[in-house]
Design a protein around this ligand. Structure first.
Ligand code: CA
Ligand code: CA
Length: 247
């Protein structure tokens, strides 16, 4: 019994020694070596949102705008005056479809308007980029009672925009240069033709460079083939845009 008691005491002493080593970081040469791997799991970083509310007012008399295409990016321009439009821009400017434009490889985040933006109407679109601060802002929309006119702005610098700060601007309109401005009923997809005119086609029968739009002629100014009237003119700025950083 005595030896058994001694063994128990010895075991108890060893157990105490282990506890000391663990708790007190004893490290004496007689202590048993106890290595415990401590895995430190850092807390997941909180995602940082860079979020922008984009408020757009259609300033025209009778030019509904196709669903807004809003893009945050860090490089490039989505069009350049004097250079050919991308196919995605051609599609947007001729038919109003924005899917390919929003999916451009330069886009880091994008958002679409819900529907047509009617004359005099306002829509707010929110677009958010996570963990990367965007430097550039692009917005495009088709004037749907035209052959291939679009309005918007590309590569607007928003890098200095702090939370709760806004940028307001007016934009004019561009001709994508991809469809002749015939103003024929068969070529205009908007309500001026009851939506019966053609949208996108692959042909480029215009000058094939983007320019500021010279405006429509209309039947009221003597273009007898035109399905458009004086109310479809857009000689003034066509969009009022306010970009507010909200996060
Ligand atoms: Ca054109
Ligand atoms: Ca075309």
């Amino acid at each position: 019994m005595t030896s058994l008691n001694n063994l128990r005491k010895t075991s108890l002493s060893a157990a105490i020694a282990v506890s000391i080593a663990l708790v007190g970081c004893g490290g004496g040469s007689d202590d048993p070596v106890v290595e415990e791997e401590v895995v430190v799991v850092p807390p997941a970083p909180t995602p940082v949102n860079y979020s922008y509310e984009v408020k757009v007012l259609n300033l025209t008399v009778a030019q509904p705008m196709s669903p807004l295409a809003v893009v945050l990016h860090n490089e490039g321009e989505f069009w350049k005056i004097g250079e050919a439009a991308s196919v995605a821009l051609e599609n947007l400017a001729e038919s109003g479809a924005n899917t390919d434009f929003l999916a451009d490889s330069m886009a880091l985040a994008s958002a679409s308007g819900a529907d047509l933006l009617m004359p005099g109407a306002t829509e707010t679109v929110t677009v958010t980029l996570v963990d990367t601060m965007p430097t550039s802002f692009t917005l495009a929309t088709m004037l749907v009672n035209t052959n291939d006119a679009f309005a918007g702005i590309t590569a607007k610098d928003i890098s200095n925009l702090a939370v709760d700060e806004s940028i307001s601007l007016l934009t004019g309109s561009y001709d994508s240069g991809t469809e002749k401005n015939s103003e024929l009923s068969a070529t205009i997809p908007g309500p001026a033709t009851g939506g019966m005119g053609e949208g996108f086609n692959e042909e480029r029968d215009d000058v094939d460079v983007v320019s500021m739009h010279a405006g429509v002629v209309t039947i009221d100014d003597g273009l007898s083939q035109s399905v458009l009237t004086e109310e479809h003119r857009f000689d003034n700025p066509t969009l009022s845009i306010t970009i507010t950083r909200v996060e």
